[in-house]
Design a protein around this ligand. Structure first.
Ligand code: ADP
Length: 260
């Protein structure tokens, strides 16, 4: 990860956090949160880094479920929230602070101030890397967030489908606008292997992210198959890199972590 210090923004970094990287997507439902969670755990357990995970997807926080956390953070004497740790990753999410079924109906400025609190008014301790699960899309909110979080880099998650890739390209351009280096693309749901006959099916098309990465001069950080165990891991709150660390899929996530 290229350090932001070269750009002279050191004073604006989150206290104690070496690098902040965003996991982003042009559109929702492509597996951004799934990737962020498995990547964070892989960085902590496989790469032995001190890792935090900030769920900035304030309208649809997934980290509490995916990381199996259901308590509320405690607060230090100087009123900083203490992140909640599971699987070796210190987590913070809007989902810890609001009722599970309550609709979040804030407008932009409130979201920004909540995000400011969730990133800077948190006792992260010292972290090598803070992984940020961004809200989907490439609008103003994401642009402002990218600037405020002082990102060291961003990785973009997409399925191989054209509609997703078009939006992923938008994401790449958005980060370039604010001089955030793109670490690469992750193709999620790249292939489905039939559990009965083993034949691969390319449900969302084949090689889409690989081609887009080549076209845009970006690195393809990994290709993650569509697989029932990944979905189960999300729903049960035990990421696949934890439940099956030696599986082929976990290896794919480990490769993404190592490439980052
Ligand atoms: P996003 O953050 O982009 O909205 P999520 O990570 O929440 O997407 O994923 C959407 C849904 O798809 C979740 O229910 C998740 O469990 C499932 N999912 C994501 N990636 C995979 C995959 N590779 N294989 C199977 N299910 C997946």
């Amino acid at each position: 990860v290229r350090s932001y210090s070269v750009l002279g923004y050191d004073h604006l970094r989150i206290n104690g956090v070496e690098d902040v990287i965003a996991v982003a997507s042009g559109k929702g439902g492509v597996g951004k949160s799934t990737t962020a969670v498995n990547l964070a755990v892989a960085l902590a357990n496989k790469c032995q880094l001190k890792v935090g995970l900030l769920d900035a997807d304030v309208y649809g926080p997934s980290v509490p479920t995916m990381m199996r956390i259901n308590q509320k953070p405690e607060v230090t004497r100087d009123l900083k929230m203490i992140p909640i740790e599971n699987y070796g990753v210190k987590c913070m999410s809007m989902g810890f602070l609001v009722d599970k079924d309550a609709p979040i109906v804030w407008r932009g400025p409130m979201v920004m101030s909540a995000l400011q609190k969730m990133s800077r008014e948190v006792d992260w301790g010292s972290l090598d890397i803070l992984v940020v699960d961004m809200p989907p899309g490439t609008g103003d909110a994401q642009l402002t967030m990218s600037q405020k979080l002082q990102l060291s880099g961003a990785l973009i998650v997409s399925t191989p489908q054209d509609v997703a890739l078009i939006d992923a390209r938008r994401g790449v351009r958005m980060f370039s606008k604010v001089q955030v280096p793109i670490l690469g693309l992750v193709e999620n749901m790249s292939c489905f292997k039939c559990p009965h006959c083993g034949e691969p099916s390319f449900i969302f098309g084949m090689g889409g992210a690989r081609n887009t990465a080549a076209e845009m001069g970006l690195q393809l950080l990994g290709e993650i198959p569509i697989e029932v165990d990944i979905r189960k891991g999300c729903d049960e709150g035990i990421p696949i890199v934890v439940s099956a660390p030696d599986s082929v899929i976990s290896k794919a996530y480990h490769d993404v972590a190592q490439n980052v």
